[in-house]
Each structure stands twice: as structure tokens, then as C-alpha cells.
Design a binder for this molecule. Structure first.
Ligand code: PLP
Length: 406
């Protein structure tokens, strides 16, 4: 065992966690006595330094309005982290301490597009992207990724992308890097080609890099905005400590906006809505995480890859009809269950099958768009013994199904 105990099973049912909530699980997969492997937060303790910073702050007992200096300190902690972890030197003036990422994206959509205009996303896609795009009266434009079933990998469809960028009504692209749910960490070459196309058609890129810190050591995440660009506006980058250090409920992120006009407009909007200063505890957690969480994160990544090895090995040996789309970052993995879907009775979904028959709550691929029918997404940020248990339950359910429908 390393310095941190990721094997420890911790009861979250008493903490009003959405992932473990009985009624949510009931409506998601039809029963509540399931192992919840859906929404993207982890069943691990945050780094001990985050817990002790919060404990110390809570012990003080007064939680009045934080000063501008508190916000500045969080920004400095983030920019130092970006430099050390990603080799990305960002001028502090370009960084804005923001609410959660989806709130931030929502605000940026209103500032950079008009109702009726199109926003491109690479699909299958994290569903809230589509929800906020349509909620603001914009059009969701799906740039479907290419899936190679043989290797279980997704790549970009740059030909379709160029045609979509060329249409005048498409003004913005929300690019997910690393990609959820495809698990891809984009190469410099891929990013450069996307950048070139967007520059050519003057389409702004907002790069959602919430999963960037969770990139596995064998690959390198390149912040989109760290590349040279020729267009009028450099990409906007959204990063956050939320997935990385398991503090998603604190709703804090960092937005890097190189364009001074857009930056000023975004700052104004935060002020108008009176959401320019995050909560005291959110900033305390973010600062401690960025300053002290590196060694914990390194061990977490080893643990997550070991969980992936367990899943991959199990599927190969016991469930060869299911194929893991092995991610290059984070703790969520797509599993190609197309062959299994064909065996299910008409009108029943994979999500329901795994929920009802295996007592495991997975996100049905359809949640990510119609191109992901036949897939499920598994959150594997859980102790290895729980992963093993879930795989046994899945195998038993599939074996039983195959006895009825060989
Ligand atoms: C790509 C991506 N962006 C944004 C979010 C949500 O961010 P937040 O909770 O800060 O709104 C998630 C959560 O899973 C995500 O996967």
C-alpha cells in the first residue's frame, strides 16, 4: 500500500450524495440496491491536506464574506499548479476564479453567441453541454467522433468538423479535453489541426479541461491555449480542482480568457449576477489541493490504472462480448456492449439491464447521445474490491441472459 488508502470502503449513504441517493438510483436504473457507478465523483477521501485545511478553517467558526485577497490567493495557487503540472505559464490577469464549470460554460455561451446560432461539440458528449446549449436557445451541432471497434478508440472527424465550421451560423465550439466519455487525451497534432480549422472559420473554442489533471503518466495533456494560434481570439480554457481532488460539490473552477474584451465582459457578468466570489470553503479546499495535492494525485492515478487493468482483464477473460474503451485519463470508462444489446428483449435498455439484473448503476450510452447506443459508462473511482464485486455481478447477469438467449 502507498501513503494513501484508496482501498478503504467508506459509507456515503449518510451524506446526501446524489450518486448514492436511493430515489435517484431508483429513477435512473429502476432499483436502489445497486452499486452506483454513474455520476463522476469518486468514492475516495480527498487529499488529507485538503481535509485538514477545511477542518482548520471550520474550527475558526466564522464564515463571513471573503476578501479579494482570498480570491487572488486561489488564482495564484491555480496558476502555479498549471505551470508545474502542465508546463503552462499563464499571466495571472487572464485567470478568473469562477463558479462550477457548467455555470461558467453557460455564461460564456450567452456572451459569445446569439439565440439560434450553432455550437459544435464532439459527440458522444457529456450531456449537460447539450442541455445548456439548447436551454439558451442555441443549436446543438454534433461533430460525431469516429469509433474504431477493433481498437476501441475514438478519433476526431475533421472532415465533418470543417463543413460544420464553414457554416456561418456555427459560432462556437465547446471542446472537451481530455474527452468525456471517449477517454481521449488529444495529441498536439490533433489540437493543432482543430485550432487551424477554427482559426480559418473564425470560430471560438472553449476548451473544457476539467479532466486534464487526471491524465495518466504515459500520455501528456496539452492545454489548448498553450498552442500558438493565428485567429483573432485564443481559446478560452476552463479547468477545475473538482474532479481531480474530489471536491465537485464545492463548485469552483478557473477560467482562462486571453481576449481582454471577452474577459471584461465575463467579469462584468459575474458581478451582475453577484457570483464573482466563490465560497470560503471552496477557496480553502482549492488552494490546499493545488498547493499540496500533487503526491496524492500521483498515487491516485496509479490506483485508477490498476482498477482499469482489473476491468480490462476481467472483461477479456470472462466477458469477451464487452469491450473496454480504455481511457487515457480520469476515472470514467466507456464499455462497448453492442453485442450484448442485441440479446436484450426489444425496448429494454442497457442501463436498465445492468441495474435490474446486475444491481450495478451505469450510465447508459444514450445519455451521451444516439451515437453511443450500445455503450455504457462506468465510473471506476472506487475501492478495487467494489470494482471486483460489480464485475462479478455483471458477469452473472450476462451469463444468465445468455442461457435464455444464446
Ligand atoms: C467534461 C465535464 N465538464 C464539466 C463537468 C461538470 O463540472 P461542474 O460540476 O464544475 O459544473 C463534468 C462533470 O462530470 C464533466 O465531465
Amino acid at each position: 500500500m502507498g501513503s494513501y488508502d484508496f482501498d478503504r470502503v467508506i459509507d456515503r449513504r449518510t451524506t446526501e450524495s446524489v450518486k448514492w441517493d436511493s430515489s435517484v438510483l431508483q429513477s435512473l436504473v429502476g432499483r436502489s440496491d445497486v452499486i452506483p457507478m454513474w455520476v463522476a465523483d469518486m468514492d475516495f477521501l480527498s487529499p488529507p491536506q485538503v481535509i485538514s485545511a477545511l477542518t482548520d478553517r471550520v474550527a475558526h467558526g466564522i464564515f463571513g464574506y471573503p476578501s479579494a485577497q482570498a480570491v487572488e490567493k486561489s488564482i495564484t495557487a491555480f496558476s502555479q499548479w498549471a505551470a508545474q503540472r502542465h508546463g503552462w505559464e499563464i499571466p495571472d490577469r487572464q485567470i478568473i476564479c469562477s463558479p462550477g464549470m457548467i455555470t461558467t460554460l453557460s455564461l460564456l455561451i450567452t456572451l459569445t453567441t446569439e439565440p439560434g446560432e450553432g455550437i459544435i461539440v464532439q459527440s458522444p458528449t457529456y450531456r449537460p453541454f447539450g442541455s445548456i446549449i439548447t436551454a439558451h436557445g442555441r443549436k446543438l451541432v454534433e461533430n460525431r467522433m469516429l469509433y474504431d471497434r477493433e481498437s476501441g478508440t475514438y478519433t476526431l472527424d475533421l472532415i465533418e468538423l470543417e463543413a460544420q465550421l464553414a457554416r456561418d451560423e456555427n459560432r462556437l465550439m465547446i471542446f472537451c479535453s481530455p474527452h468525456n466519455p471517449a477517454g481521449r487525451v488529444w495529441t498536439v497534432d490533433e489540437l493543432a489541426r482543430v485550432q487551424q480549422l477554427c482559426d480559418r472559420h473564425d470560430v471560438l473554442i472553449i476548451s473544457d479541461e476539467i479532466h486534464a489533471d487526471l491524465t495518466y503518466p504515459a500520455v501528456t495533456h496539452t492545454p489548448f491555449a498553450s498552442l500558438a494560434h493565428e485567429g483573432a481570439r485564443a481559446p478560452v480554457t476552463c479547468m477545475a480542482p473538482s474532479k481531480t481532488f474530489n471536491i465537485a460539490g464545492e463548485h469552483i473552477s478557473f477560467t482562462v480568457i486571453p481576449d481582454p474584451e471577452l474577459r471584461a465582459a465575463y467579469r462584468d457578468l459575474l458581478k451582475k449576477l453577484s457570483i464573482a466570489t466563490p465560497g470560503v470553503l471552496a477557496m480553502t479546499a482549492a488552494e490546499a489541493a493545488y498547493q499540496h495535492g500533487g503526491p496524492w494525485l500521483d498515487e491516485l492515478l496509479v490506483y485508477l490504472q490498476r482498477n482499469l487493468d482489473i476491468i480490462e482483464g476481467f472483461l477479456k477473460e470472462r466477458l469477451p462480448m464487452l469491450q473496454l474503451v480504455r481511457p487515457q485519463a480520469s476515472f470514467i470508462a466507456f464499455i462497448d456492449c453492442t453485442a450484448l444489446l442485441r440479446k436484450l428483449p426489444e425496448a429494454s435498455s442497457l442501463g436498465e439491464f445492468f441495474g435490474d439484473q446486475a444491481q450495478v448503476a451505469l450510465h447508459d450510452g444514450l445519455w451521451f447521445g444516439s451515437s453511443a447506443e450500445g455503450f455504457v459508462r462506468m465510473n471506476f473511482a472506487m475501492p478495487a474490491c467494489v470494482i471486483e464485486q460489480s464485475l462479478e455481478q455483471i458477469a452473472a447477469a450476462v451469463e444468465q441472459l445468455l442461457q435464455v438467449t444464446p
